[in-house]
Design a protein around this ligand. Structure first.
Ligand SMILES: [Zn+2]
Ligand SMILES: [Zn+2]
Length: 276
């Protein structure tokens, strides 16, 4: 179990990193300024979720990450969340938050439950923008659940998150020995699992010549790891190059890389929170 202090400092680290990247990279500053408001809300929500679940000690702990949502804990925070989005988001998203706020709570529940069941697994066809409202709201809850679940020992390279079954958001290289070890970061519950270095997480390609890596000058610690067999790519945050990076946040700043990859005909496996 993760302590409340540790959790809240994790969110603080995301907020600080967003501030720093926004100051350094003008192209990402609008997105990152908005993200800071989301992360601040998520920090409060996560603390509230932990407090409410502590009170209800009679309820059994979850056995699966995607066990049914505790709507009694979550719903009271949804209206306040929508007004934060309405106030700080880019206009189209602010408008969709405003429209959602006018709907009855049955519609909120339907949208949250659909996201909870399918996100990261079968949502390729739904626009990332349309998913945003449920995704940003439920992310702290998914992270909370993930922290309660025991980790099974990893015996093989799996392409979907071993805890929740979602596709990876991005890769992470962490210092280990004299080089880096590769992990994949889950797009739904934000946990990492170890993954082979030369191996496409989409189609399983292992031929080095088919797996080109690209780096942009502005962001030397972020790589585009592409696959010429399936034409998908993953951004990978290289912590061996910048130990201060926070993968979830640095990925949001990787706009030039994303544009470049799309121009080259590669598709992203799973869009990030801001749909890039
Ligand atoms: Zn997961
Ligand atoms: Zn591939």
């Amino acid at each position: 179990m993760t302590s409340p202090q540790l959790v809240s400092s994790e969110y603080d680290a995301r907020i600080r990193r967003a501030e720093r990247l926004a100051a350094q990279h003008f192209f990402a500053s609008e997105f990152l300024d908005f993200y800071k408001h989301i992360a601040a809300f998520q920090k409060t929500l996560r603390a509230n979720i932990a407090a409410s679940s502590g009170v209800k000690s009679s309820s059994a702990p979850p056995t699966e990450l995607r066990d049914p949502l505790e709507l009694a804990v979550l719903l009271p925070h949804f209206r306040g969340y929508l007004s934060i989005i309405e106030k700080h988001a880019p206009s189209a998203l602010a408008e969709s938050a405003r429209q959602m706020s006018l709907l009855p709570s049955d519609s909120w529940i339907a949208s949250l439950e659909a996201h909870w069941e399918h996100a990261g697994k079968y949502d390729q066809q739904i626009g990332a923008f349309a998913q945003f409202l449920a995704r940003a709201f439920l992310q702290p809850y998914a992270e909370f659940r993930a922290a309660l679940l025991p980790r099974a020992p990893m015996v093989m390279t799996v392409r979907a998150c071993p805890l929740c079954g979602a596709r990876p958001l991005s890769g992470v290289l962490r210092v280990e020995g004299d080089s880096g070890k590769r992990f994949l970061l889950c797009s739904f519950c934000s946990q990492e699992w170890e993954f082979r270095r030369i191996h496409c997480p989409t189609c399983g390609e292992q031929a080095e010549g088919k797996l080109p890596v690209y780096v942009a000058e502005q962001l030397p610690h972020i790589r585009v790891e592409a696959c010429d067999t399936c034409k998908f790519y993953l951004t990978t945050v290289d912590l061996t190059k910048d130990g201060h990076a926070v993968p979830l946040v640095d990925d949001l700043a990787a706009i030039p890389l994303t544009l470049w990859a799309h121009e080259k005909g590669y598709s992203r496996l799973q869009p990030n929170l801001l749909g890039t």
